[in-house]
Design a protein around this ligand. Structure first.
Ligand code: NAP
Length: 293
């Protein structure tokens, strides 16, 4: 039976530590960290994510502000707001919830955020720092994955990690992070994607699998080596009339067939998801501390 990597529990423990640091910071006469999230439009998923981030900020004693715009906001107006926040010394972190309406260029928006305030870690400067193995802001989901591995003392050095997915927000950065030198790193990493041929050939060799595809139940037991650690990043909403919301979240891993073979596995929900928000708090605290140096 696999060890269930309880992201909710780990996130709560880490949040307590962050809250203690904030208390000490404030007791020493400094301002608490402040995160601002910009939300454009009425997308249900985005509203939920931003709401959860705001709540988490308040739980650890951060300032947390959500700026909501109608989807008719222009790119220029959004850029002007970002410039204003960049220049505000009272704000340490800024995230613009994606996706944005089609008339707004997401790359332009991401690049407009000051790299020091880019607590999502999406800016090219932060991605570049990661690629070079320098200290920078690492995007929240990959950072969250490393925090959960670290918490459970899962060794990555010398292990073969197979990452399925090569997106800029999950697959690519986690593959770099785990191959970089560092406490949760030094792995041999294979990156697979939709053009990979005979995917099982790779996954069956993996000591650790990171599934970041966006296809519910894609990774099945026959693709997994006995004793592998399986990290499921996927979060797809599936219609479910038995749920109050009318949907439930499904991961990229078929838990029923993979769990009996794995040595450890993250559930969905309650695995990587809660860690992402905690990693975002971590990044905001780091941005604040950088100002105090
Ligand atoms: P994405 O940008 O759509 O990337 C998906 C990746 O999967 C792509 O690289 C794609 O390959 C690859 N892929 C698609 N079909 C495949 C196949 N048949 N075989 C192998 N690889 C295949 O998605 P994402 O943003 O990385 O997100 C992935 C999942 O994680 C989604 O469910 C998302 O909701 C979830 N997510 C969760 C969190 C969290 O906090 N828990 C955070 C972020 C994302 P190509 O590059 O060749 O197209």
């Amino acid at each position: 039976m696999a060890l269930i990597l309880n992201g909710k529990e780990v996130a709560d423990t880490l949040k307590q530590k962050i809250a203690q640091e904030v208390e000490q910071m404030v007791a020493a006469g400094h301002r608490a960290p402040h995160l601002v999230a910009i939300l454009v439009g009425n997308d249900g998923g985005s509203q939920t994510y931003v709401g959860a981030k705001e709540k988490a900020c308040h739980e650890v004693g951060f300032g947390g502000t959500v700026i909501r715009y109608d989807e008719t906001i222009t790119e220029e107006q959004l850029l002007a707001k970002i410039a204003e926040i960049n220049a505000d010394p009272e704000i340490d972190g800024l995230i613009v919830q994606l996706p944005l309406p089609k008339h707004i260029n997401e790359t332009k928006i991401t690049h407009a955020i000051l790299p020091q305030k880019d607590v999502d870690g999406f800016h090219d400067v932060n991605m570049g720092q990661l690629a070079k193995g320098n200290d920078g802001i690492v995007s929240a989901t990959p950072l969250g994955i490393t925090l959960i591995l670290q918490h459970y003392n899962i060794e990555t050095a010398g292990k073969h990690v197979v990452v399925i997915g090569r997106s800029n927000i999950v697959g690519r950065p986690i593959s770099i992070l785990l191959s970089n030198p560092g406490p949760v790193g030094n792995a041999t990493v294979t990156v697979c994607h939709s053009r990979t041929q005979n995917l099982s050939h790779f996954t069956l060799q993996a000591d650790i699998i990171v599934a970041a595809i966006g296809k519910p139940g894609f990774v099945t037991g026959d693709m997994v080596k006995e004793g592998a650690v399986v990290i499921d990043v996927g979060t797809t909403r599936i219609d479910d009339a038995t749920k109050k919301a009318g949907w439930r979240l499904s991961g990229d891993v078929d838990f029923a067939s993979v769990e009996p073979k794995a040595s450890a596995i993250t559930p969905v929900p309650g695995g990587v998801g809660p860690m992402t928000i905690t990693a975002l708090l971590n990044n905001t605290l780091k941005a604040r501390k950088a100002q105090l140096k």
